[in-house]
Design a protein around this ligand. Structure first.
Ligand code: MGD
Ligand code: MGD
Ligand code: MO
Length: 697
């Protein structure tokens, strides 16, 4: 078997520096300079020579040595003794015994019920191409386990955006400094996309106007020139209001529309159904605000829209991105390097997904697919039943919607659960077998980004702590244990890095694994300062920006964008009982639930809070600082009330994601969120959630 665990560095007694890449699920994918002394990580800094990172890190990663050497790191395999759930007790076992136990159970389940009864559950706790999906996928494909549809974050928006633009591409973020207008649409850049915020500020110094579109006056909205506080889930209506005014007042680029778009007449007809007066009523804003934004957008060049996944978490999340992404083509914003729209840049990378994941190892017919956003429901009701769950790179008991069902599913006595993580998470408390994972500083990886255009290598900085293993090595060993002897299971991590990209793709010209290994990072071979779609050439079937999309039609969807109302809407019957729209966006000091077990960051975030507007607080006799119950028909959690004008009236905002067991009431905001899915892509609808709030006393 290939040796992939880094040996203790020969230089371990001296201080030295190693080049790394931040593996967290964040668009910034920073290049790191890791300082190691005596085998310990003592300092982490942002690489100065990496343009997107520019020497700066978020607070979370700046304190990374505390995470790496945290006293709670899992160091050995363990098996549970006693009941499942909070307070569960575990005892140390050997890797041999852990692997044998898992293999025996998987064999028994597969022979009795079929391997489809085994389900992998992973997301982007590690976003490296190896850590995210490589040896693990090969293993589950060969096993014949159920497939997992990884929908919990971005699937709706990505699909909607693809309908219009053709893929996860957009303006080159490094050009945005030259924009004259930047609309930050459904994104809290200061918190979740800090390195974009740096560029937006530079643009502002050069004279750009910044506008935030967000139900809350976030830290980002605070610093913008203007803030439009619409109701959650109404973004597509606002986009149509803007289109209406652009068309009505002829603020259009007719030449660009004629040459580079498809279906303008049909889009125009639909936009005519959305006059500002109607849009204002849907969005809960003033008619003048719609008019004004359209005028600003239609008359400022270059205009950039930085949107993000904040707008894809309601029932119409797919249509939201489908509609918003139509705007730049109407005004010809794509003609300019600093114009257009950006949701994700990940489609620029020629990742060799099939080479990494080997889908051909799957049996035919292919096993069923389980949607990760409905794991609670599926653990309780999938047919045939799920008998075993293997969780890694994710903490579903805390992050998946509708916790009551998720917890009941994980608590099933007959479910065999394995959890591989760095920490004893809420999910690990339900495991039969807990396995220790290395951090990225203990393993090799290669990275793309969804916020910039650079390829990065993450070199191991220190030896694995305790008996921790990287995902790749864990699944290599499990494959051997189960007798899978296809040659691909012997690939080393370096082999996997070499397989991770199609190096012959023109975007990789001048790059090779060997060069990257030395350099640490390099930009894709894409022209700098360019406007990628100035002459069209979108990655859609027609090569045009598709207002009407046959791809959408072939999926049984409306070929045109439209406004799809939130499922839990002010007009819905539920609203009488639960009148407040709850959104639960990320806290600054946490990354989903990662970092949310650090005393430093817990001290910063203090306690679970829910912000509500004075007009909503007053009739409920809620004052700042009191403990409140946030509840609906799915459940309840407690939080400290913050009365402020940050959320707009009718909206409550609770930052996420707290560990359940570290919260005063042992629950978190996902107790009230719903497992209903988005209009397309099977996405989660975390921000489509009506609640009532009351004082806990
Ligand atoms: N510090 C930190 N950074 C993170 C994360 C984290 O947890 N913490 N998570 C990472 C991950 S996994 C992701 S996916 C990205 C997420 O990054 P983004 O998608 O940019 O998400 P947020 O920063 O939550 O910004 C979403 C904003 O949208 C607003 N919002 C909510 N609903 C709506 C709506 O219907 N319409 C509009 N217009 N706005 C709405 C919220 O108030 C919030 O301010 O961030 C990544 N970066
Ligand atoms: N209410 C509400 N819920 C949400 C959201 C929200 O905004 N509101 N956001 C949603 C979004 S956008 C997302 S992306 C999901 C994120 O949900 P998850 O993907 O579950 O993210 P984390 O909670 O950070 O959990 C990642 C886990 O992976 C572990 N890990 C890190 N590196 C490795 C590794 O190399 N190997 C292994 N085996 N484990 C590793 C970490 O220690 C951590 O416990 O949550 C979603 N849930
Ligand atoms: Mo996410």
């Amino acid at each position: 078997m290939s040796q992939t665990i880094p040996a203790a560095s020969p230089m371990s007694s001296a201080t030295h520096s190693v080049r790394g890449a931040c593996p967290h699920d964040c668009p910034d994918t920073c290049a790191l300079e890791v300082t190691v002394s005596d085998g310990r990580v003592v300092r982490v800094a942002g690489a100065v020579d990496h343009a997107p990172t520019a020497g700066a890190l978020c607070t979370k990663v700046a304190f990374y040595p505390e995470r790496i050497h945290h006293p709670d790191r899992l160091l050995y395999p363990m098996r549970r003794v006693g009941g499942k759930g909070p307070g569960a007790r575990f005892e140390r076992i050997s890797w041999e015994r852990a692997l044998a136990t898992i293999a025996d159970r998987f064999r028994a389940i597969a022979s009795e019920h079929g391997a489809e009864a085994i389900v992998p559950y992973s997301y982007a706790g590690n976003s490296g191409l190896l850590g995210y999906g490589s040896m693990d996928r090969r293993f589950f494909h060969r096993l014949g386990a159920s497939q997992l549809d990884r929908t919990i974050c971005a699937s709706a928006g990505a699909l909607g955006y693809r309908g219009t633009i053709g893929g996860s591409v957009g303006f080159d973020v490094e050009n945005v400094v030259d924009a004259r207008l930047i609309i930050i649409w459904g994104s809290n850049s200061v918190v979740s996309n800090l390195h974009f915020w740096r560029l937006a500020q530079e643009a502002r110094r050069r004279g750009a106007r910044l506008i935030a579109i967000d139900p809350c006056r976030t830290a980002t909205a605070d610093k913008c020139d203007q803030h439009l506080a619409l109701l959650p889930g109404t973004d597509s209506a606002l986009a149509f209001g803007l289109m209406h005014v652009l068309i009505r007042d002829d603020l259009l680029d007719h030449d660009y529309i004629a040459r580079c778009t498809l279906g303008f007449e049909a889009l125009k007809e639909r936009a005519m159904q959305y006059p500002p007066v109607r849009v204002a009523a849907i969005c809960g804003i003033g008619e003048g605000q719609v008019e004004q934004l359209a005028q600003a957008y239609g008359s400022t060049t270059p205009a950039a829209i930085r949107t993000n996944y904040g707008i894809n978490r309601t029932a119409g999340g797919g249509m939201a991105l489908r509609a918003v992404s139509c705007l730049p083509a109407l005004i010809g914003a794509w003609r300019h390097p600093a114009g257009g729209i950006l949701l994700s840049s990940s489609g620029n990378y020629p990742v060799a997904t099939a080479a990494l994941e080997r889908p051909e190892l799957m049996p035919t017919p292919a096993p069923r697919t389980i949607n990760m956003s409905t794991i609670g429901h599926d653990l309780l009701r999938a047919q045939p039943p799920i008998r075993a769950l293997f969780v890694y790179n994710s903490n579903p008991v805390a992050v998946a919607p509708q916790s009551a069902e998720v917890v009941a599913g994980f608590a099933r006595a007959d479910l065999f659960t394995v959890v591989h993580d760095l920490f004893q998470t809420d999910t690990a408390d339900y495991a039969d077998i807990v396995l220790p994972a290395t951090s990225h500083m203990e393993q090799l990886d290669i990275h793309k980004s969804y916020g910039h255009l650079h390829v990065q290598v993450n070199q191991p900085a220190i030896a694995a702590l305790g008996e921790a293993l990287p995902n790749t090595e864990l699944f290599r060993r499990l494959a051997r244990q189960l007798g899978f002897n296809e040659p691909c299971f012997a690939d080393s991590d370096e082999d996997l890095c070499r397989q991770a990209f199609d190096w012959n793709d023109p975007r990789m010209a001048g790059l090779s694994w060997d060069k990257l290994k030395l350099a640490g990072h390099a930009r894709l071979n894409l022209p700098r300062g360019a406007a990628p779609f100035a002459e069209g050439g979108f990655p859609t079937p027609s090569g045009k920006c598709e207002f009407t999309s046959e791809t959408m039609a072939s999926l049984g969807l409306d070929p045109l964008p439209d406004f799809v109302a939130p499922r839990e809407w002010r007009q819905s019957p539920l609203a009488a009982e639960f009148p407040l729209a709850l959104i639960t966006p990320p806290a600054r000091n946490f990354l989903n639930t990662s970092f949310a077990n650090s005393s430093r960051f817990l001290a910063q975030e203090k306690s679970p809070t829910v912000h509500l507007h004075p007009v909503d607080a007053a009739p409920r006799a809620i004052v700042d600082g009191v403990t409140v119950r946030v509840f609906n028909h799915r459940g309840e959690f407690r939080a400290r009330a913050v009365v402020s004008d940050r959320p707009r009236p009718g909206v409550a905002m609770a930052t996420s994601i707290w560990w359940r067991k570290l919260s005063p009431d042992g629950r978190n905001c996902n107790q009230v969120t719903s497992q209903a899915l988005t209009d397309m892509g099977g996405g989660a609808t975390f921000y489509d959630c009506l609640v009532e709030i009351a004082r806990a006393d």
